[in-house]
Design a protein around this ligand. Structure first.
Ligand code: ADP
Ligand code: ADP
Ligand code: MG
Length: 667
């Protein structure tokens, strides 16, 4: 086994690798950029080396710096994590040329699977079923459109170097082919430096089922069963599970054998995943799965496999890379129970999953219910530089129903304040009938998006609790006596106070009164639209920022957090922020936003379709932005003349930055 390794990554996966290394007595070296100087992975490692600026191109993608850091600290091997340089064969060669071990497959194996078109051709030769499609050299629009017609619509255009759902376009109608092709090429070029594409049949009612494989340096390959990653949005995984619902022994064996065949065909060593697309129109059938791609690295969702096999895949990676044979043979491997993983992200599910940023002023996980893989702590900031993942919540149970309800509870008990998160969306997904029944396919989220995102109005009792909490500017911490713990409140028996709360579009003016030592009465100060009905609550305690209360005979609790101008209530997987408006300040000029195009998220300006003096129609696409993993078109807010374009193509912009001004109208 190695004595010391360097982890060429950041965030949760760096932390994950460090944990196993430490358990095995292997010393760890972390690397960090400017933005990550105080990051969790840096704190966890035995040593850490600064490698450059915050943008990934200046740090985590600088292979030579990473290798220098490994040599300088005396590390013997490099663990690449996922993303970044994990699937870069030149990096593997450079690591090896420096006399270090790459914890992963050989450069040639990565190269064989690196481009989707070549990989498919290779798999076809190795007798692994692939999706019907065109994987050839020709790239002209007429040729590709012709191939699409032969294959039959709908088709999928994929950047051959693509990954993470990027550079992919579904085309349902021949007339949309040209535009989709340009978009896929543009995304492929921008993200992977390769604008070449392939075209393949779009499988109807598809399920994404992948097989975890493991090889060693002695030609042995085993598979560790399947994961179902069908719950996706924009081709990105959202919740993964293992095993796959409805899986039969026959199908599992066929898929396992195909995956092992694929790995053996390229002399695979280390952890890898063979992804298949499954045509689920007639249930799971051994003749209805097709090779999609192989990810030659540890996958984000590897923990669900660890939960059902009881194994540590990072330990296997370290053992195999240090020259040991695979720890177990195929026959010794078995599945125990069921596991789910939810990817908790700083993103706005309500606004097309726009990535979000912010400082996590409060962060708490239900560690008793779920395994938490996270790269951030309370107080850390989600920056625009990296993947906005907050944590992976992983649960296990004896059966699917138990594991899934555990997942839902774990999400409801996860508290993250300071940025928008997808927690409520994930919790709604866990309760969704089709998912609960195991009826998953890759279109489920898109079809059900509206329902999954319907948060409904804020419950009256939450508004009431916020009103009470707002009267307690400095809640006493951890006070044993519930009355004492109300601090100011215990002396306050004034009959009535008026509280103003603003939640999104809703404004509340509430009368709050205390009936007796525990009971509170909250009602609308004046009758208005969407004002709450009168409500009475009994406060049982208020310890450590958590209010326990009795409402209509049911006892529950919520957390309340305070800032100078807001109070936040967290309960049942939802976070409600109420602003406490300074009523003396006048309303802002509501017309201003109409004249401007602001960046809705941090990102890069990709394309500008307008210039000063140009007349535009309302809804006309003016600027295309790109952030983390998506492209976004910003349209004219109204008809008018462009006064000024304040950015250039290629500019990095922050959330709220001005991009374009329209000339004011006379009205
Ligand atoms: P898939 O490639 O099939 O989507 P995963 O869901 O495991 O597989 O990984 C998500 C994608 O995003 C991968 O292509 C991975 O390389 C990329 N990725 C994930 N996290 C990061 C990160 N922190 N930095 C860069 N790329 C990342
Ligand atoms: P990436 O490298 O971005 O992960 P993949 O080729 O693995 O790209 O595809 C990602 C997702 O896109 C799949 O999980 C699936 O949901 C969808 N997909 C890919 N190929 C097809 C296809 N031929 N038919 C239907 N859906 C597909
Ligand atoms: Mg994939």
């Amino acid at each position: 086994m190695f004595k010391k390794i360097l982890i060429a990554n950041r965030g949760e996966i760096a932390c994950r690798v460090i944990e196993t290394a430490r358990r095995l007595g292997v010393s760890t070296v972390a690397v960090f950029s400017d933005a990550d100087r105080n990051a969790r992975h840096v704190e966890m490692a035995d040593e850490a080396v600064y490698i450059g600026g915050s943008p990934v191109a200046e740090s985590y993608l600088k292979g030579d710096r990473l290798i220098e850091a490994a040599l300088a600290t005396g590390a013997e091997a490099v663990h690449p994590g996922y993303g970044f340089l994990s699937e870069n064969p030149e990096f593997v060669e450079a690591v090896e040329a420096a006399g270090l071990t790459f914890i992963g497959p050989s450069a040639s194996a990565i190269r064989a699977m690196g481009l989707k078109d070549a990989a498919k051709a290779l798999m076809q030769k190795a007798d692994v079923p692939v999706v019907p499609g065109y994987h050839g050299e020709a790239q002209e629009v007429v040729v590709l459109a012709g191939k699409a017609n032969e294959i039959g619509f709908p088709v999928l255009i994929k950047a051959r170097a693509g990954g993470g759902g990027k550079g992919m376009r579904l085309v349902e109608n021949p007339k949309d082919f040209g535009e989709a092709l340009s978009a896929a090429k543009r995304e492929g070029k921008a993200s992977f430096g390769d604008g070449r594409v392939l075209v393949e049949k779009f499988i109807a009612s598809p399920r994404h089922i992948e097989i975890q494989v493991f090889g060693d340096g002695f030609g042995n390959v085993v598979h560790l069963f399947e994961r179902d990653c069908s719950l996706q949005r924009r081709h990105q995984k959202v919740i993964e599970e293992a095993p796959a619902p409805g899986m039969t022994e026959e199908m599992r064996q066929a898929m396992g054998e195909a995956a092992v065949k694929a790995a053996k065909a390229i002399g695979y060593s280390g952890a890898g995943t063979v992804e298949f697309i499954v045509d689920g129109t007639e249930g799971l059938r051994p003749d209805r799965f097709y090779f999609m791609e192989m990810n030659t690295r540890l996958q984000v969702e590897h923990p669900v496999t660890e939960m059902i096999t009881g194994l540590d895949l990072v330990e296997w990676q370290l053992r195999v890379a240090s020259g040991e044979p695979l720890p177990m043979e195929q026959d010794a491997l078995s599945i125990n129970g069921w596991a789910f993983e939810s990817r908790v992200y700083a993103e706005d599910a309500q606004k097309g999953f726009l990535p979000a940023t912010g400082t996590l002023t409060h962060l708490q996980f239900p560690e008793d219910l779920a395994r938490i893989d996270s790269g951030v702590r309370q107080g850390d900031t989600i920056t625009p530089f990296y993947d906005p993942m907050i944590a992976k919540l992983v649960v296990h149970g004896p059966d699917r129903a138990t594991a899934l309800s555990r997942m839902e509870t774990a999400l409801q008990q996860t508290e993250a304040v300071g940025t928008t998160t997808n927690i409520a969306f994930l919790a709604a997904l866990c309760a969704h009938k089709e998912f609960v029944e195991g009826g998953v396919d890759t279109g489920l989220i898109d079809r059900e998006l509206e329902r999954l995102n319907t948060e409904g109005p804020v419950p009256d009792r939450i508004v009431a609790l916020a009103a009470i909490a707002s009267l307690n500017p400095e809640p006493a911490q951890n006070c044993a006596d519930p009355f004492e713990s109300f601090g100011l409140w215990s002396h306050w028996i004034a009959p009535k106070r008026v509280v103003h709360l603003v939640h999104g579009e809703e404004e509340h003016e509430l009368a709050v009164s205390r009936v007796d030592a525990r009971r509170w009465h909250i009602s609308a100060y004046q009758d208005g639209e969407n004002e709450i009905a009168p409500i009475e609550l009994e406060l049982i305690s208020n310890d450590g920022g958590v209010m326990r209360y009795d409402f209509d005979g049911t006892i529950s609790s919520v957390r309340h957090l305070h800032s100078s101008d807001s109070v936040t209530i967290i309960g049942s997987g939802r976070t409600y922020e109420f602003l406490l408006p300074d009523v003396s300040v006048g309303e802002e000029d509501a017309g201003v936003a109409e004249d401007r195009l602001l960046a809705p998220m941090p990102g890069v300006v990709k394309q500008i379709n307008a210039k000063a003096g140009q007349a535009v129609e309302q809804g006309e696409p003016l600027i295309i932005m790109e952030a983390m993993k998506m492209e976004l078109t910003l349209s004219a807010p109204r008809k008018g003349i462009v006064a000024d374009v304040t950015v250039q193509e290629g500019d990095q912009v922050a959330d709220g930055d001005l991009l374009l001004d329209l000339e004011p109208t006379d009205e």
